[in-house]
Design a protein around this ligand. Structure first.
Ligand SMILES: [Zn+2]
Length: 400
């Protein structure tokens, strides 16, 4: 069997390890995650890696070497009703490439990390595992409870981790050489360009907000059109502005993904319309400008319709560039395999975001069918995975 076929077979085996019988869901510190670790940890041991788990529950396989440590990896948790490649592909590709390189002396140590939680499904925290490795785990998170009322601290303890020693999971900047992650693209760009793999230039910045228009509820039959303060009509006008503001600025994506209307009845004029806003761009400056524009538009619409605007900023994550040198090295490796090195930003966040606070990062995307992800229909081609393995193998050799 080819290495790529064996990676896909392992993805399939891992895809059967779930909390539920009929769909794939594998959340942080659950028995399913324990079972997944037994599988992946076993594959690491078979290869000869020294396997351990850190206090936050990340699975780590190490091959010793002189000098600093190159970290490869991705996450082993999933969303609800997940596909089998988002996360595991990066971990299993790393193990497979190390297997190929096993007899070759490298001037650095290598660790493969299967991060315990990236999706944040159980506790609503993103990048939990890699945050601990990066030394950015907030102790307050340990008190967060899941939907069954179990605190993160208790869940972690039951899993075999140590909530009192989370800080020990943090790695030292001076010990690390770099972080490289293979991941499915989760979007349609590579497929549209006809490219099997691509190198990531930046992980986009994100801004989230909750935006509400507050008008006045009233009788749908008796209040004349010119006397209304319809909150939903204001929201509708603004949602179209969101679309056009994003389209005007190259590379901006802006989404209203949730909308609730109060009181919400056929014969009542909407008094309140509340929405979520998600805006992303690779440039923090452009992102800030776009958000400022959207807010100004909302204010203008609110004033002209005599409704109130309530804008609640819910946080932002800065764009994270990948290392120019490492990305060039990856691109050279793609070219050496006879393919044009496609460059693209990542619109999704990844463990690499946390790792970037600690060391230089690089990411290799693998084309996925129709860009579908976070969905059981997630699919990759064996030939694309084979190329990704070749590229990663060459990258590791060149890094020497
Ligand atoms: Zn992922």
């Amino acid at each position: 069997m080819s290495t790529a076929a064996s990676v896909l077979e392992r993805c399939a085996a891992l895809g059967r390890v779930s909390e539920e019988p009929d769909r794939l869901v594998r959340r942080y510190a659950t028995p399913a995650m324990r079972e997944a670790y037994a599988l992946v940890g076993g594959w690491m041991r078979d290869l000869g890696l020294e396997v351990r788990e850190d206090a936050a529950g990340n699975l780590i396989g190490r091959r010793d070497g002189p000098g600093k440590t190159l970290v490869l990896g991705s996450h082993l948790d999933t969303v609800v009703d997940a596909g089998r490649y988002d996360g595991p592909l990066g971990v299993l590709a790393a193990i497979a490439v190390l297997e190929r390189l096993w007899d070759r002396a490298l001037p650095y140590a290598v660790e493969v990390i299967g991060f315990a939680d990236e999706e944040g499904v159980r506790f609503g925290t993103s990048f939990l595992g890699s945050s601990a490795v990066a030394g950015r785990f907030a102790p307050a998170w340990l008190a967060i409870t899941d939907e069954d009322g179990v605190t993160m601290a208790d869940a972690l303890r039951a899993f075999g981790g140590d909530p009192d020693a989370i800080a020990s999971a943090a790695r030292r900047r001076q010990d690390l050489l770099a972080y490289c992650e293979v991941h499915i693209e989760q979007g349609p760009v590579l497929e549209r360009r006809g490219a099997p793999v691509g190198v990531v230039t930046t992980i986009t910045g994100q801004t989230h907000a909750e935006v509400a228009f507050l008008g006045e509820a009233g009788h749908a039959g008796t209040v004349p059109m010119n006397a209304r303060r319809d909150a939903l009509a204001a929201a509708a006008e603004w949602m179209l502005a969101v679309e056009s503001v994003a389209r005007r600025r190259q590379g901006t994506v802006a989404t209203v993904g949730q909308l609730t209307v109060e009181p919400g009845a056929r014969n009542v004029i909407p008094g309140e319309a509340r929405m979520t806003l998600d805006v992303r761009h690779t440039s923090n400056a452009v992102l800030r400008e776009a958000v400022a524009d959207l807010r100004a538009e909302a204010q203008r619409i609110a004033s002209s319709r005599e409704v109130e605007l309530d804008w609640d900023a819910r946080g932002e994550t800065a764009a994270v560039p990948t290392s120019a040198d490492l990305t060039e090295l990856l691109a050279d490796a793609v070219e050496a395999m006879g393919h044009a090195p496609e460059r693209l930003p990542s619109g999704a966040g990844h463990d690499a975001v946390s790792m970037a606070t600690l060391t230089d990062i690089a990411m290799l995307f693998v084309r996925c069918e129709r860009g579908i992800s976070h969905n059981p229909a997630e699919a990759v081609a064996e030939a694309d995975v084979a190329l990704a393995l070749d590229v990663l193998e060459r990258f590791l050799g060149e890094l020497a």
